[in-house]
Design a protein around this ligand. Sequence first.
Ligand SMILES: [Zn+2]
Length: 87
Amino acid sequence: MIYKEHPNVGAIVHIHAWIDDVEATEVNYPCGTLQLAEAVAHLVRNADDPSRAIVGLKNHGLTITGRDLDDIFERIDGRVKTQVPML
Ligand SMILES: [Zn+2]
């Protein structure tokens, strides 16, 4: 969904870790469900720059878009918490 909607997204990383103060889904959708994919795609769509978004999946982790993998890893370096907050 993200690649289709945002052709300038060249890479997407999904990690089971956290960065404070990110927009996150309100519901802890089960992994692999269409509802989770749609909720994440919605948050990416509404980000300031969808091609460089960091989106939280409640009680799960992050989905991060970028121009390429280096662009993503440079932006998250030193910011990632290995513990996902459980809400
Ligand atoms: Zn996951």
